[in-house]
Design a protein around this ligand. Structure first.
Ligand code: FAD
Length: 388
């Protein structure tokens, strides 16, 4: 295949924008189609989770694409976890016992925006926003794209097509629906969901609690975590059952019940979240699920990367890092087999599948252990700490 040939990428999230950048750097002609508006110019939520933990695996991918130096200023190193008990006492818990090990808190929107800007700087790459893929003909590599502005659906064709459109992937759906090969697929939701809240910056624009930690309020079958943002705020995530237990998303429906829940379970956090009830009502409750499938590709034509191939629950904070690692591994396989897409796709899945299955299972194990061992306060605290 000639590098002048056309590559289509569906989805310009974290994985898609990095993949596009890397393929453009390799000289391919790349067109990326993203259903959302451009997050650099439109005030939209960047998607699931406002900030994320970026690990060494993720940074390695940034290095590969030559953007590590630009990403690092966006990072806040978290040197360990700070556990908040129910009385409001705190105690630190290092990641490994070794000094100077840390994981980075980073804004999803800032990171995605940076990758888009880098990708945009290549003449052989074009990003098309507001274009939702409604289906893919996997035999002919054509994607049906609905334009939210013109309200017209058009068809585009690529020589090679990549599905990086996340957990609800249109390419994965086409694999399932077109039944051209034996496609194994599973999707499992947890009984817990999540909701994001905010600890705002102080009047002096400072962090109100230490920014050097990932903060955790472990409470057995529910948990609060908080990651720092550069503007002095913290993004707080509540993990809670939809319907089990004394407190759950289904019964926290009034200002009084929400305040009572936080006042009894997370009193020190409540003191820092002034608009708790408003935020609780206005912010969506997100679902948490695991997706596994195989194979990840069809012939030499199209392939899944990132969450579209292996969405995982966030209890190890590794979904984005694994998606970035997909690109690192994929790139090294291109290096070996450039021109032979079918071999590249096969070797990529063979290299990655066991690892992505393993992290998916580890993340689920942590969820169940936390949920099912609520009777033992020492155990439950230990498990919840491991989650984050
Ligand atoms: P996405 O980020 O979902 O991007 C997909 C893109 O495709 C989006 O831009 C979307 O708009 C677009 N798209 C979707 N459908 C279409 C369509 N039909 N047509 C065109 N475009 C489409 N991971 C970590 O490593 N660390 C963490 O700390 C962490 N925390 C998390 C916390 C929570 C609460 C959650 C839910 C997840 C967390 N993750 C974390 C996981 C991480 O968010 C994902 O693994 C990561 O976003 C995967 O990137 P992606 O590009 O594959 O998919």
């Amino acid at each position: 295949m000639s590098k002048k040939d056309n590559i289509l990428i569906i989805g310009a999230g974290l994985c898609g924008s990095l993949l596009a950048l890397r393929l453009a750097q390799r000289g391919y002609t790349v067109n990326v189609y993203e259903s959302r508006p451009d997050l650099r110019t439109t005030d939209i939520s960047a998607g699931r989770s406002i900030n994320l933990a970026l690990s060494d695996r993720g940074l390695k991918a940034m290095r590969l694409a030559g953007v590590e130096d630009k990403v690092k200023p966006l990072c806040i190193p978290m040197f360990g976890r700070l556990i908040h008990d129910i009385e409001g006492n705190t105690f630190p818990s290092n990641y490994s016992g070794r000094d100077n090990e840390y994981i980075n808190s980073i804004s999803r929107g800032e990171l995605n925006g940076l990758l888009l800007t880098e990708a945009d700087s290549y003449d052989n790459l074009t990003i098309h926003f507001n274009k939702k893929c409604n289906g893919i003909d996997i035999e002919n590599n054509t994607a049906r794209l609905y334009d939210y502005e013109t309200k017209i659906e058009t068809e585009v064709k690529g020589d090679v097509l990549f599905g990086t459109d996340g957990a609800g992937s249109s390419l994965r759906k086409s694999y399932y629906l077109e039944r051209k090969f034996l496609f194994s697929y599973s999707q499992n939701y947890l009984t817990h969901g999540y909701k994001e809240l905010e600890i705002p910056a102080s009047a002096e624009k400072k962090h109100q609690i230490s920014k050097d930690y990932l903060h955790i309020w472990p409470r057995g079958d529910y948990m609060l975590i908080a990651l720092p943002n550069l503007d002095g705020s913290f993004t707080v995530t509540l993990f809670l059952s939809y319907e089990e237990g004394k407190y759950n998303f289904n019964n926290l429906t009034t200002e009084d019940t929400i305040k009572e829940f936080f006042a009894t379970q997370f009193p020190d956090a409540l003191a820092l979240i002034p608009n708790i009830a408003d935020e609780f009502f206005n912010n969506p409750t997100g679902a948490l699920g695991t997706i596994k499938c195989s194979p990840w590709h069809y012939q030499n034509k199209n392939v899944l990367l990132g969450d579209s191939a292996h969405a995982i629950v966030p209890f190890y904070g590794q979904g984005m890092n694994a998606s970035f690692e997909d690109v690192t591994v994929f790139d090294s396989i291109i290096e070996q087999y450039e021109g032979d897409w079918e071999t590249i796709f096969k070797v990529y899945e063979k290299t990655r599948k066991a690892d992505t299955d393993a992290i998916a299972d580890l993340a689920i194990d942590n969820y169940y252990e936390m949920r099912d061992h609520v009777a033992n306060p020492i155990f439950k605290e230990k498990r919840a700490i491991e989650m984050a």
